[in-house]
Design a binder for this molecule. Sequence first.
Ligand SMILES: Cc1ncc(COP(=O)(O)O)c(C=O)c1O
Length: 320
Amino acid sequence: MAEDPNSWETGTRLIRGGLSRTHFGETAEALFLTQSFVYETAESADARFAGDEPGFVYSRYANPTTQMFEDRLALLEGAEYCRALASGMAAVYMSLLGLVKAGDHIVAGRALFGSSRWILTQAAPRFGVEVTFVPAFDTQAWRNAVRPNTKVFLIETPANPMLELTDLAEVCAIAKAAGIKTIVDNVFATPIFQKPLEFGTDVVVYSATKHIDGQGRVLGGAILGSKALLEEAYRDPIRHMGPAISPFNSWVLLKGLETLDLRVRRQADTAAALADRIAAHAKVKTCVYPGRADHPQAAIARKQMTGGGGTVIAFDLGSK
Ligand SMILES: Cc1ncc(COP(=O)(O)O)c(C=O)c1O
C-alpha cells in the first residue's frame, strides 16, 4: 500500500513531499527549465488546453518542478492545494485580486508590509475597492469594520515591522460568520511555527524569498488553501495575468524547504536569546519579540505560535 504523506514527520515532508522522479531515478529533483511541452497529436494538444486530458501545457499555467515545490509546501502547511508565484507580492496581490471586484471592501491590519500597504492605499482605490485599516490586535475593531460589501480580511501576524499579533481563531470566526474570506500573510511566523488554516483561515500567503529560500538567492511566493477555492478564485487570473514563478526558482526553493525546519528553529533560538539581551540593555526603551512574556499580545502568541516566537525582533531606542 502507498504511504500516506500526511503521516510523515515535518523533516520527512520537507525532503520527500511532492517528489516526482523521472525514469532516470535522479536523487535531486529534476529541473524542468522549459516554457512548454510537446504533444503526440494535435487532438491531444487540444484536449490538454481544454483541460480534458492530464498533462502540462505551458509553464505560465503549471510546470513539473514548480508542482513539486507546490506539493511539498502544501504538505508542510497542511493545505489541500498550493500555487507558487514569482514573488511574495505576486502572492499577496493575486490573493486579493481573485476575491474582490469594484464596489467591494477590504479590512486589513494597519501595520502591514509596505508593498501590501501600497496595494491597499494606492492600487485598490483605482479599481473601486474600499479599504479600512484596523489595529490588528483588537478583535473588536475587525468586527466593527465589517460592512455589507466586505469581502476580505487581510491579516499579517506577526505584522512587519512591529510584530503586532492578531488572534486568528477569533478574527477568522468573525469573518466566517459574515461570509468574508480571510487571507493571512504568514511570512514572519513561518510555516514551522504557525499554521493559520488550523485556526479557520481560508488563504495563506508566503514570500518564499524569506525563510523558504533563506539564503538570499531567489524570489518566490505562494498561495495556499482548499483546492476548490484556489481553483475558483485564482486558476484563471494566474494563467492569464502572468505572475508565474521560474522553474529554476522553484527548484532552488525545493532545496530550501529541505532545511527550513533546521534553519528556522536555530534562527528563532538565536532571536529569543538576542531579544532577552536587547531588552536588558540600558539604552533600549522597548524590545518586542513574540516569544517573550512581555510581548503586548503574549497570550495570542502562546495560542497560535507553537514552538517558537519567530526569527524577527523589533526594538525602540527612544527619541534622541
Ligand atoms: C510580511 C511580508 N509579506 C510579503 C513580502 C513580499 O515578499 P517578496 O519580497 O518576495 O515579494 C515581504 C517582504 O519582505 C514581507 O515581509
